[in-house]
Design a protein around this ligand. Structure first.
Ligand code: ZN
Ligand code: FE
Ligand code: FE
Ligand code: ZN
Length: 266
């Protein structure tokens, strides 16, 4: 089987994942993957911003861990990435992070729809009840569009994340998808098929078939990611992700090396 690269893997440095990079790599080899990439949650400028990411002083340790796995698994291509939170106003910080190491790619993810609310945080799920879902989805996709336009990222992470807990607006969200995809098309950023959604209440890959059909029409490149927070999650449901990509008309995926991309047939 010719599997796509799994570009969305975490490490214990983010404080909510388990297993060292070497264990993720061993799992990938056992599954027959030929390329993976680590993309742990990026540090924020302030270490007390939240409690689910590495501290700034752990960034070098993170890179060293990935380098160590590269040395231990020469048969596997292992890329150095980062899942970077996009918040308006954090652009300078993200540029600063980009200059610190020879990254292969940055995944830009929107989790925060307000300065202190990450909409996917189970500890803050009650905040959903205080707002109309369409408001949350709208702010989210507005920010996702800014992330695409910022040119700070190679890949946009879990594009329809607000569906995680199965809370959907009663309104049609197609215009939100469409506005984001127009911006993504102009910027050239890729979108990932993230299989973690299958493990959440929404029971669906991020993004949905409807979103991906529109993305294909806009010729948005795609990558694949399990968003593994444990070694056994590497490559999970990649067969389903491949089926989804093909159903939407995709025949290619992208691979990244030092922030340059090359096409691969699916
Ligand atoms: Zn995480
Ligand atoms: Fe994320
Ligand atoms: Fe992630
Ligand atoms: Zn994620």
């Amino acid at each position: 089987m010719n599997w796509p690269a799994d570009y969305h893997l975490h490490t214990p440095l983010c404080r909510h994942a388990k297993g060292e990079p070497g264990e993720y790599a061993a799992r990938a080899l056992a599954l027959g993957l030929d390329e993976i990439g680590f993309s742990d949650h990026s540090p924020m400028k302030r270490d007390n911003f939240d409690n689910w990411r590495m501290r700034f002083d752990q960034l070098d340790e993170y890179v060293a861990k990935v380098r160590q796995a590269q040395k231990a698994f020469p048969a596997l291509s292992i890329k150095l990435g980062l899942e970077v939170d996009f918040l308006p106003g954090h652009e300078d910080w993200i540029q600063d992070l980009a200059r610190r190491h020879p990254w292969d790619y940055f995944i830009g993810s929107v989790h925060y729809v307000a300065e202190s609310w990450a909409l996917d945080n189970p500890e803050d799920i009650r905040k959903w009840a205080e707002r109309d879902p369409i408001e949350v989805w709208s702010v989210y996709f507005e920010r996702l569009g800014l992330a695409a336009e910022s040119k700070l990222f190679d890949i946009i992470g879990h594009a329809d994340l607000p569906k995680k807990f199965g809370i959907y607006p009663k309104q049609d969200v197609t215009p939100l998808f469409e506005r984001f995809l127009q911006k993504a098309a102009r910027s050239g950023v890729a979108v990932e098929l993230n299989t973690a959604g299958l493990r959440k209440v929404c029971r669906e890959i991020y993004p949905s078939r409807a979103f991906l059909d529109l993305a294909a029409r806009h010729k948005i490149p795609i990558t694949f990611g399990s968003d593994a927070h444990a070694p056994e999650e590497v490559g999970s449901d990649f067969a389903a992700a491949l089926d989804l990509a093909r159903a939407a008309g995709y025949t290619e995926t992208w691979r990244f090396n030092q922030r340059e991309r090359v096409k691969r047939r699916l």
